[in-house]
Design a protein around this ligand. Structure first.
Ligand SMILES: [Zn+2]
Length: 444
C-alpha cells in the first residue's frame, strides 16, 4: 500500500471517528408514562400520555398504555410536561464563557477546556442542539458526538469569515498592515479568517466546508465586540458575499451573515444569503424584503438588563446601547411581516451571560406568547437547522415530540405554556434531560 493510499484510509477513519462497529447492540427502551406533551407546535398540552423511546428515536406515543416486549426502563412522569429539547440558533461555544482578553492572550487549549465545560452546562440547561456561528468548534463537536464529553448537538460554522477591519478582525493595530503569507492568532486557530476578495472568500469558505461546516458565517456589517468597525458600516461587497453563497450552495448548504443595518442586510440578500443574524437596526422596508424572499431572521433578545462586558463610555459599550435600541422594533417587524424567526442567545465572553440562556428564552415572552416562544426554540429552530440539507450531521426530525423523531426530550416540572418563567430555572425545573435517546440528567 502506498503511503498516500494508506493515509487516505487512515485519515478517512480519523475523520469519521473510527472504523464502523461490527455488531449492533440491542436497542435500549425507555417508556415515559403519565406525561403531558408539548409537541413543539401546539398551544396546549396533551392529555396524560405514554411515550416510548427506542434507541435514539421516539417510537410510539399513546394516550393509552404502551405494551413493550423485553427490557424497558419505566419513568413515571407524574403528570409533568414532556417537551422537545431546546435549540439555540446562535452560539459561540468556544468563546462563550471566557473574557475576550483571556481568549486573545492564551493558548487555544485554554479556550477548549472552558468550552468543554460550557458545552456540558448548556446541555444541563436543556439545550440539546446549537447552531454555532463562529469559532474553532469542530474538535469540541467531535468529542461530544463520540461521547468523550457531554454537550449539545452542534451545527458548526467554523471560522467566521471577515473582511479586514470587519467584525471578525481581532488583530491588534500594530499587526496591520498584514504581512503577505503571515496569519494572525485568530486565523492560525481557525477562529476567524480574514478574506478580502471574492477569490479569498471562496477559498476560506471551501476550507470551512472541508472541515465540516454545516453553514457558513460571514461578517456583513459592523458589530459590537470588535474594535475597528463602527456599527453602521457595511462589510463586504455583493461579489464577495456571492462567492461564499455559491461555494456553500455547491456543497448543499447556505450562508448566514452577521448584520444589523438595512444596507448590510439588503446587500446580503442580493448576494443570496438565506439567514440574517441579528438585524436589530432594520427598518420596515427591509423587513418586508426579508418576508418576500423567505429569508430567515435569527434574532436575539438583546436588552440592557445585566452588566455589560464593555466599560461605560467605551466605543464598544456605545455601539451596544445603539443596537439595544432596535430590539423592540425588530421583534415587532418580525411579527408584523410573518418572517421566519429563530431564537438565539449569542453569549460571548461571559460565564454569567452563558448561564442566562434560559433567562433569555423566558425574556422572549416580552414579544411572544409562551406557546410561540417554545415553538420557536424547538420546532422553528429545527427548521432553520434543516437548511443545512445534506450537510446536517444528525439526520432525522428534531424540535418535535412525534413518533419517528429523534429523542431529544425534557421533562419539566409544571406547564411552561402557562408559566414561561419555568424555563429560566432549568436546574430546578428540567427534571430529566435526554439527548439522542440517552438520559443525561434525572432528578425525579
Ligand atoms: Zn454571534
Amino acid at each position: 500500500m502506498s503511503l498516500r493510499l494508506f493515509c487516505g484510509v487512515l485519515c478517512g477513519a480519523l475523520l469519521t471517528g473510527g472504523p464502523a462497529q461490527a455488531a449492533e447492540p440491542a436497542k435500549s427502551a425507555i417508556l415515559f408514562e403519565n406525561v403531558r406533551i408539548f409537541d413543539g407546535k401546539g398551544s396546549s398540552l396533551s392529555a396524560p400520555s405514554s411515550v416510548l423511546v427506542e434507541g435514539n428515536l421516539i417510537s410510539r406515543i399513546s394516550q393509552g398504555p404502551i405494551q413493550v416486549e423485553g427490557e424497558v426502563q419505566r419513568i413515571d412522569g407524574q403528570g409533568k410536561t414532556l417537551m422537545p429539547g431546546l435549540i439555540d440558533a446562535h452560539t459561540h461555544l468556544m468563546f462563550a464563557t471566557l473574557p475576550q482578553i483571556a481568549l486573545l492572550t492564551n493558548d487555544i487549549t485554554f479556550a477548549t477546556v472552558a468550552a468543554t465545560r460550557a458545552a456540558n452546562d448548556m446541555l444541563m440547561r436543556g439545550f440539546t442542539s446549537a447552531r454555532d456561528l463562529g469559532g474553532p468548534v469542530f474538535g469540541l463537536k467531535k468529542g461530544i458526538d463520540m461521547g468523550i464529553i457531554q454537550g449539545p448537538r452542534i451545527w458548526p460554522a467554523g471560522a467566521m469569515i471577515s473582511q479586514s477591519g470587519g467584525h471578525g478582525d481581532f488583530r491588534l493595530p500594530n499587526e496591520l498592515p498584514a504581512l503577505a503569507g503571515q496569519y494572525s492568532f485568530g486565523e492560525r486557530t481557525n477562529a476567524a479568517m480574514i478574506a478580502d476578495s471574492p477569490d479569498a472568500v471562496r477559498q476560506r469558505t471551501r476550507e470551512q466546508l472541508a472541515l465540516g461546516a454545516t453553514q457558513i458565517k460571514l461578517m456583513a456589517g459592523g458589530g459590537v465586540a470588535s474594535s475597528y468597525d463602527p456599527i453602521d458600516v457595511t462589510q463586504y461587497t455583493v461579489p464577495e458575499i456571492r462567492a461564499a453563497v455559491e461555494a456553500a450552495d455547491n456543497w448543499g448548504t447556505y450562508v448566514t451573515v452577521h448584520a444589523y443595518t438595512p444596507k448590510a442586510v439588503r446587500q446580503a440578500i442580493e448576494a443570496g444569503v438565506k439567514c440574517i443574524d441579528h438585524g436589530q437596526m432594520l427598518d420596515e422596508a427591509t423587513a418586508r424584503l426579508m418576508a418576500e424572499k423567505g429569508v430567515w431572521w435569527s434574532l436575539q433578545p438583546f436588552t440592557d438588563d445585566r452588566k455589560s462586558p464593555f466599560p461605560e463610555g467605551s466605543a464598544n459599550r456605545l455601539k451596544q446601547l445603539e443596537m439595544y435600541k432596535g430590539t423592540d422594533q425588530a421583534f415587532a417587524l418580525a411579527r408584523q411581516y410573518g418572517i421566519k424567526t429563530a431564537f438565539g442567545t449569542d453569549a460571548l465572553f461571559s460565564a454569567e451571560a452563558a448561564a442566562s440562556q434560559g433567562t433569555m428564552l423566558a425574556r422572549m415572552g416580552t414579544w411572544y406568547t409562551p406557546a410561540e416562544v417554545l415553538k420557536m426554540a424547538t420546532h422553528d429552530n429545527a427548521e432553520l437547522l434543516a437548511l443545512s440539507g445534506p450537510r446536517n450531521p444528525y439526520p432525522g426530525r428534531l424540535g418535535v415530540v412525534e413518533a419517528g423523531a429523534l429523542a431529544d426530550l425534557l421533562l419539566v416540572r409544571g406547564d411552561p405554556l402557562q408559566d414561561l418563567a419555568l424555563v429560566a430555572d432549568p436546574a430546578n425545573n428540567f427534571q430529566l434531560i435526554m439527548k439522542d435517546g440517552k438520559i443525561y440528567k434525572n432528578s425525579l
